[in-house]
Design a protein around this ligand. Structure first.
Ligand code: SF4
Length: 470
């Protein structure tokens, strides 16, 4: 029997090590049943099963992608499953991974999905604390993933927090970023991770500030933020308290008069626009460069409502410029309508952002900010009197539908019972088109946005007279 394995001083074999050994076995024609992958077995003890040797085994990119995920699973059978798959791809069917009913393929898919989910949870639930190492400010976090996926997950943190030195510790492995390179070392148990400082307080305060009791769904919260991660998440300490306090908070919210923009009673659009420039009804005015009011044809039959100004809009004072504006222009062009023929605005008039190095990252406006800004949107709608309103994105949808909306489920449907216009509908925000996970998804979302604009135009009664200058 040919037996292969490692004794890596207690550490599991790494994917690259498995890969080079698997290549060696394939080249020698060793069948899966005769290759044992264990931690302490001897390497190449004896060979009694040789099939056709392969001088140059084929290893496809989709197999590598799948195998990297599967290699993170804490199951000793993962290495033999991967070898079986690659052996069969080379000897039976090169397209084996497409055979979803195959037992090996199915098992690998289930494992890969589980690891992908675990990586996603790590990205969402790692909480850094600020500390000092050798006099230098450093950020540290401890997290317990279900699988051994820190190496695959770490590049996300380099992209997201690359301007600060950090370490992420897990029970098996730790990752360290020193502003130049990523390195890994042994893991540590949670009880040895004893750094504690005011960073917990920051997370707790932040969580309290974004907690929306009106949207509290405990079961869903536990699914999204599994209880097993709570021990390393400082905000978990306040979750129970907030849940207990929810009825009181809701009562207070109902009784407290909302902050509302003070809108002059006029239908003069210039007066409205100029008055909005000095609005300070919510804190967003203090962080943005200027108000970005709507613009376009003041007698337009179609009004498009986005979420809030983007970075470029904030700097220029004009709505839907920059990359997001380009996507909207492309969709309008696909639908055969010029930008001059419609009125375009946002549900919130000031840019909300958070710093990320030198960048200003767009941050979603919360319910109170949307509510505060709604009178401006209502005044624009009352002035333009559109026949159809197309909401782009969930924030605009929520402002116009008065409830949470699901774009995937609700796009393409016309609502005729809105107080704002005879017909309203919702579609992808151009920023969601840009954020698509793949080229295919991007072109699909752009096509759907274009279709929804066409659908909105078809709902405009009477003869159409749209220019086509975007
Ligand atoms: S976001 Fe709206 S309500 Fe808030 S300050 Fe700006 S204009 Fe006023």
């Amino acid at each position: 029997m040919n037996s292969i394995g490692y004794d890596l001083n207690g550490h599991d074999m790494k994917f690259d090590q498995w890969r080079s050994q698997a290549r060696l076995l394939l080249q020698q024609g060793v069948a899966p049943a005769h290759a044992q992958w264990s931690q302490a077995a001897s390497l190449f003890s004896e060979v009694d099963s040789i099939s056709k040797p392969l001088s140059n085994p084929v290893v496809t990119s989709d197999f590598i992608e799948l195998a990297q995920l599967v290699s993170c699973v804490r199951d000793p059978d993962r290495w033999s499953l991967l070898y079986r798959l690659i052996y069969r791809m080379n000897h039976e069917n090169r397209n084996l991974l497409k055979v979803s009913v195959d037992e090996d393929v199915r098992k690998a898919d289930v494992w890969a999905k589980s690891v992908s989910r675990d990586i996603h949870k790590m990205h969402a639930f790692v909480r850094f604390k600020k500390t000092e190492v050798n006099g230098r400010e450093t950020y540290v976090a401890w997290h317990k993933p279900e699988h051994q996926c820190l190496e695959l997950a770490a590049s996300f943190f380099v992209r997201r927090f690359g301007d600060k030195p950090w370490s992420i510790f897990t029970p098996n492995l730790s990752a360290h970023w020193n502003l130049k390179e990523l390195s890994f070392s042994k893991g540590i148990p949670q009880n040895k991770f004893e750094h504690s400082d005011s960073f917990d307080e920051v997370w707790t305060t932040y969580y309290k500030s974004i907690f929306n009791p009106a949207r509290l769904k405990i079961k869903m919260m536990k699914t999204e933020m599994p209880v097993k991660y709570w021990s390393s998440m400082p905000e978990s300490a306040v979750i129970q308290e907030l849940i207990r306090e929810t009825p009181k908070i809701l009562q207070n919210m109902a009784e407290t008069p909302r902050f509302l923009a003070k809108v002059p009673e006029t239908s003069d659009w210039r007066v409205l626009r100029d008055s909005a420039k000095s609005c300070k009804a919510c804190p967003l005015a203090g962080h943005a460069t200027q108000t970005v009011f709507g613009e376009g044809d003041l007698n337009a039959e179609l009004m498009i409502v986005g979420e809030q100004p983007a970075d470029e809009d904030d700097k220029s004072g004009r709505t839907f410029v920059g990359p997001v504006g380009k996507v909207l222009s492309e969709a309008l062009e696909n639908a055969g309508i010029g930008r001059d023929s419609i009125y375009i605005t946002n549900a919130v008039k000031h840019f909300k952002w958070e710093p990320q190095g030198k960048e200003r990252l767009n941050k979603k406006a919360n319910g109170r900010e949307m509510q505060a800004c709604k009178p401006w949107l209502e005044a624009e709608i009352a002035r333009v009197k559109p026949k159809v309103i197309l909401a782009l994105g969930a924030t605009a949808g929520t402002a116009l539908y008065g409830r949470l909306v699901n774009i995937q489920k609700e796009r393409g449907k016309i609502h005729t019972e809105s107080p704002f216009a005879p017909a309203i509908l919702i579609s992808w925000h151009p920023a969601a088109v840009l954020r698509s996970a793949s080229i295919e998804e991007k072109s699909q979302r752009l096509a759907e946005l274009s279709e929804d604009i066409k659908l909105a135009l078809n709902k405009v009664p009477g003869p159409k007279n749209f220019s086509n200058h975007t």
